[in-house]
Design a protein around this ligand. Structure first.
Ligand code: SF4
Length: 353
């Protein structure tokens, strides 16, 4: 029997590839659809659990193929059991983080799109070790399928907001979205998918032109160009003005409301001056502001804003007609902010070496 690393994940094959595989194994091509349904409509970890396949085919598939080529390394559940975080290892030995959040409106999975990130946002643990590699679309699909299997739940909402900048892995992320919304795959509503970007303006326009009508979230974190550049180096390439124009284009093309993600960092971006500037950027636009208290990273001097500052900031915007809500930060007891768990595990491996 081969090791996991040398096997191919069945999730990496589309229906046509599965048909070709069946024919090459001397099987009827309808077996491909049975395998496909077992992958996307059932929750299995082993090929042996596929319901309709003959034993002979299961044994032959088992030699070279596996359901998941990810291995679950760690599963952490928050005290309130609302949030679970998973650390997976890919077959080439890299760590991937995924977070499940159980909201009243459905199970939401925060999916990673890259291993590491090269965007360099200075409040984020995912970028500490730079970009290792892009994830393939099937590796994003595996995150959904694996969590559905572990928890025996259906994931109804997807946020592409985990490790990595999704628009920096554009083609694989688009392929992932197109697959998961298909009734053949997970049949997830396009309106329940949110892509979060740090602001790659030309890619926002490209996404708008695709007319996928997914929800778009922009991590802004500071309305002033100079200050934003200090915390988000991508701001040196695409100014706040360029981003606002790209968002206008997105709204015009898709008719979808855009969300501004704004992490509140004490003394850095939580003053009335910033609230005023944000208001002047956003007034009259089909935009919603999500305020999030910073999820403090171990070893960083940055602290979350006080409740008083958050409230004053929120009130300033709401009173003037710019809709702003405070997002509940789930799972702080399990390092749910992206990259934190992976960073700790990389540090452990570095210590061991
Ligand atoms: S916040 Fe997002 S884009 Fe910025 S470094 Fe972290 S993962 Fe990358």
């Amino acid at each position: 029997m081969k090791d996991l690393e040398s096997k191919t994940s069945l999730y990496s094959l589309d229906l046509d590839s599965l048909k070709e595989l069946m024919i090459s194994l001397g099987e009827k091509s309808f077996r491909a659809k049975q395998i496909f349904d077992d992958l996307y409509k059932s929750k299995n970890k082993e090929i042996a659990d596929f319901r309709l396949l003959p034993h002979s085919l299961i044994s032959r598939l088992d030699i070279d193929y596996t359901v998941f080529d990810f291995e679950l390394i760690k599963r952490l559940v928050s005290k309130d059991a609302q949030t679970s975080k998973y650390l997976f290892m890919t077959k080439d030995g890299k760590f991937v983080e995924t977070v499940l959040m159980k909201y009243d409106y459905g199970n939401t999975l925060c999916v990673s799109s890259q291993i590491g990130c090269r965007m360099g946002c200075n409040f984020c643990a995912s970028t500490k070790h730079g970009l290792d590699r892009n994830l393939k679309s099937y590796e994003m699909i595996e995150q959904i399928a694996y969590v559905q299997y572990i928890e025996n739940v259906r994931i109804s909402n997807i946020v592409i907001m985990g490790m990595g900048e999704p628009l920096d892995n554009y083609d694989e992320v688009i392929d992932f979205i197109q697959k998961i919304i298909s009734p053949m795959y997970f049949n997830i509503s396009v309106r329940k998918i949110t892509l979060s970007t740090c602001g790659i303006a030309p890619k926002i326009r490209e996404l708008a032109d695709r007319n996928l009508a997914i929800n778009l979230a922009l991590s802004l974190h500071n309305p002033f160009n100079e200050k934003r550049r200090e915390i988000m180096p991508v701001g040196a390439k695409y100014s706040v003005k360029e981003l606002m124009s790209a968002l206008d284009y997105y709204v015009k093309k898709t008719g979808r409301r855009v969300t501004i993600e704004y992490t509140m960092i004490s003394g850095e971006n939580d003053g009335i001056e910033e609230a005023k500037e944000l208001y002047s950027l956003l007034r009259g636009k089909l935009i919603h502001v999500n305020l999030i208290a910073l999820n403090e990273v171990e070893g960083s001097h940055k602290k979350a804003s006080s409740n008083k500052n958050i409230k004053a900031f929120q009130d300033y915007l709401n009173k003037r007609g710019v809709n702003a809500t405070l997002r509940k930060s789930l799972g702080q007891d399990i390092d749910a902010a992206c990259g934190q768990l992976r960073s700790k595990n990389i540090a452990k491996i570095e210590l061991k070496n």
